[in-house]
Design a binder for this molecule. Structure first.
Ligand SMILES: [Ca+2]
Length: 318
């Protein structure tokens, strides 16, 4: 390898939630070329989050010589996002449209590397629809506080600037698995129809899950949980999907909050089903899986429940 060969670099960052001012993707010192960005977001308030422009400050520029027109444009889309898988840009995760939804986006600067001689600072705004103190929509180009994490990719000649310490693995996850409750160990009311059983499968969280087979449409299975203060919470249900999985809606304290299918061509463990952020009062609550019957791709109705997390949101609750 030549002495002056540039080496591959990648840097992870996160802000949960984003702070005032642009989100920093990378602050690089040295000579090289920038080749890609992965950006993931979880929204914490309602409305469109992707109005932020990207900025590339090349070699110490005060004004960026490259400035984009909006987050989805930088990742190869226009007029909002959807799941896409382009060669150089795309959206690999699109939960979309509700507070608490997650997105993951990528852009590879392979045909268009950004070259620098002394350094490169890369930032992106975190703007979109925001709300005033009275709760009114104040427009589509205001700073929001959502959860962002990113990896920036580049090549450069050594030495590189020191990296900031990484947060711990648990602190990088969107859901706090330290708060995980195993479905198979919780008391639950016997469902109105269908058969439940705890089944051990290597690899499942806690080594097993609760299976619920052949319930009639409308049958319900409920789990209790408790929150220790009034606030905004997100429920994430970890499910197992398979070839005879049915469809179900999810209710919290009797109110419908979402819907999902347990169908998969193969046996799929650890499928996260996040539900919209919601306000809960301190005390006892329950969430319910209500069978909607068969998925159109199968003739049976089967549900696998591994467990769930209820966690307080980092969103401002004022
Ligand atoms: Ca489990």
């Amino acid at each position: 390898v030549a002495k002056d060969a540039p080496y591959f670099h990648a840097m992870y960052r996160q802000e949960f939630p984003t702070k005032p001012g642009n989100y920093l993707l990378a602050d690089i010192k040295g000579r090289g070329h920038y080749v890609g960005t992965v950006l993931s977001a979880r929204t914490l308030t309602p409305g469109w989050f992707g109005e932020g422009d990207e900025f590339f400050y090349v070699d110490g520029e005060k004004v960026p010589s490259l400035r984009g027109t909006g987050l989805e444009d930088y990742f190869g889309e226009a007029w909002s996002l959807r799941q896409t898988n382009g060669a150089y840009a795309g959206c690999s995760l699109f939960e979309g449209g509700y507070p608490g939804a997650r997105y993951s986006l990528y852009r590879w600067h392979v045909p268009d590397p950004i070259r620098f001689e002394k350094g490169l600072k890369v930032e992106i705004e975190h703007k979109g629809v925001a709300y005033g103190p009275d709760g009114k929509d104040i427009g589509n180009n205001n700073e929001r506080a959502d959860e962002y994490s990113s990896v920036a990719f580049w090549y450069q000649q050594e030495p590189h600037a020191p990296y900031a310490p990484l947060p711990s693995g648990m602190d990088r996850l969107p859901f706090d698995y330290r708060r995980f409750l195993e479905a198979e160990t919780l008391p639950f009311q016997k469902p109105t129809s269908g058969a439940t059983q705890v089944v051990k499968v290597p690899g499942l969280h806690g080594g097993s899950h609760l299976e619920w087979a052949s319930p009639d449409p409308g049958a319900e299975l409920s789990f209790p949980f408790e929150v220790d203060r009034d606030g905004l919470y997100q429920l994430m249900i970890l499910i197992t999907r398979r070839w005879d999985g049915g469809r179900a809606e999810i209710l919290v304290d009797g109110q419908r909050v979402g819907e999902t299918s347990f169908y998969s061509q193969g046996y799929e463990m650890h499928r996260e089903v996040p539900l919209p952020l919601q306000t809960l009062k301190k005390g006892q609550h329950q969430w319910t899986l209500r069978s909607l019957g068969k998925d159109p791709r199968t003739d049976n109705v089967w549900f696998g429940l591994d467990g769930f997390v209820v966690q307080g949101s980092r969103a401002s609750t004022k």
